[in-house]
Ligand binder design. Structure first.
Ligand code: GLN
Length: 468
């Protein structure tokens, strides 16, 4: 179902086998044909994409390549709705830095992808504009919260896409849809223009058809940005530079806590197959321990909800978005605008976040979660003094069915156990497909030390080739 990779279309454009305008035409035809069944895109501006294509410089690194953008990353003049009724009529007055940088590399931001409302969710079902279906089997969810980005790429409606990852929202849907998803080191990609969910955890990154494409998108969007005070002052790199290098002698840790009996048989088989493949490539896979692994979900949901309750207080019916009609005073305006604009999961998290930050409970929950966060970061620091990279499952199980009522919110939260640690510790992580016969797509994940994206990409590429 692939629409062709970035490298493929770059060659076609360079050889003038196709023009950027024809490429946009071809892609929009695919979008128009497929989107009604999948609901991966919430909107797209074909006229604007065609105008940009007509002016595209194909000699630039992503010259003339359309890239889909999650609905919580601002594109000037286009809807940026975070899949929420709250922002149903909002158009962004400016570009996010990641979008500015895509444009600078010659790419054409094209299409706003569906998501869980305000990036809160794991299935794409929390969108105010309807769920997205998994292109591999539309009766299953595509994962979330970057549900539309993953489904668009896997469904042959996007060459590549941007997503955001606060607790796994790039890596998990990528894994559920059988594509590659990468969360860069916290601070690598500017968060300016990314609508904040949990600012200390959020990071923008690519969802692509293969590892090389992830590196190409990363090359474009990384870099220090004075507009984001948490943006890291690290020099730009060519993340493709180590692709194709052999990984002989690389030490790869396999956390024993990640080999839980709760993993589905397909996921366990994917990890085992990856261990074998890495060993055959000359890497040394050894068992390690991340002793605080079982506390990560609790710590994440306290910290993420606390930050969300604060970040989302700006949606008050006055400054942005949805406003209740004929309010009876200011308090009534606030409460009815927020009650009417936010969906159930967003409300649940605002309430939880407000509770854990309230006086009397702050020390018991929020302060404690921050201590756990430091312990988790410490576990990784210790692990990375022994191994170069860490291998594990991306998710405990493949994509569930749409509207699977057997999972409570708590069970859904628990399934984030393998993706959350990288966000708590600010580490880069990449999930790559490791398909198992008879199963919905399964993925494995590689984690690396801070700013080790190049070696992470190199190992992920080697593993990807070996698993083909
Ligand atoms: N599933 C996680 C959550 O619901 C991750 C969300 C994300 O990364 N944006 O919070």
């Amino acid at each position: 179902m692939s629409f062709g990779t970035i490298s493929y279309w770059r060659r076609q454009l360079a050889e003038k086998a196709i023009s950027p305008v024809e490429l946009v035409e071809q892609l929009s035809a695919a979008m128009e044909a497929q989107n009604p069944g999948l609901n991966a895109y919430l909107s797209w501006d074909k006229e604007s994409a065609l105008a940009q294509a007509a002016a595209a410089d194909v000699t630039k690194p992503l010259g003339g390549i359309p890239i889909a953008v999650k609905d919580n990353i601002c594109i000037q003049g286009e809807p940026t709705r975070c899949a929420s009724k709250m922002l149903a009529d909002f158009r962004s007055p400016y570009d996010a830095t990641a979008v500015t940088l895509l444009r600078r590399a010659g790419a054409i931001p094209f299409g706003r992808t569906n998501m869980d409302e305000f990036a809160m969710g794991s299935a794409g079902e929390n969108s105010a504009f309807g769920p997205t279906a998994n292109p591999v089997n539309p009766e299953h969810v595509p994962g979330g919260s970057s549900s539309g980005s993953a489904a668009a790429v896997a469904g042959g409606m996007a060459i590549a896409a941007l997503g955001s990852d606060t607790g796994g929202s790039i890596r998990q849907p990528a894994s559920h849809c059988g594509i590659v998803g990468m969360k860069p080191t916290y601070g690598r990609v500017s968060r300016y223009g990314l609508v904040a969910f949990a600012s200390s955890l959020d990071q923008i990154g690519p969802l692509t058809q293969n590892v090389e494409d992830a590196a190409l998108v990363l090359n474009a969007i990384c870099g220090h940005d004075a507009k984001d005070s948490t943006s890291a002052k690290v020099p730009a790199e060519d993340f493709t530079s180590l692709i194709g290098h052999d990984i002989k002698g690389k030490r790869i840790g396999l956390p024993k806590e990640y080999l839980s009996a709760g993993n589905s048989p397909a996921v366990a088989a994917a990890v085992e197959q990856s261990v074998k493949a890495l060993t055959a490539l000359g890497a040394e896979v050894e068992e390690i321990s991340l002793p605080h692994a079982e506390a990560v979900v609790a710590a994440y949901y306290i910290i993420a909800c606390a930050e969300a309750s604060s970040n989302l207080s700006r949606f008050d019916g006055v400054r942005y978005g949805y406003r209740a009609e004929s309010p009876n005073g200011l308090d009534d305006l606030y409460s009815r605008s927020r009650a009417g604009g936010f969906g159930a999961e967003v409300k649940r998290r605002i309430i939880l976040g407000t509770y854990v930050l309230s006086s009397g409970f702050y020390d018991a929950y929020y302060a404690r979660a921050q201590k756990v966060r430091a312990l988790v970061a410490g576990d990784f620091a210790k692990a990375f003094s022994k191994v170069d990279l860490i291998l594990g499952p991306a998710t405990p199980m493949p994509a569930p069915r749409l509207h699977d009522t057997s999972m409570s919110p708590l069970q859904t939260y628990l399934a984030d156990i393998y993706t959350i640690p990288a966000n708590l510790a600010g580490l880069p992580g990449i999930s790559i497909p490791c398909p198992q016969p008879g199963s919905m797509p399964t993925g494995v994940q590689l984690l690396g030390p801070h700013f080790a994206e190049s070696s992470l990409i190199s190992a992920a590429y080697a593993l990807e080739q070996a698993l083909k």
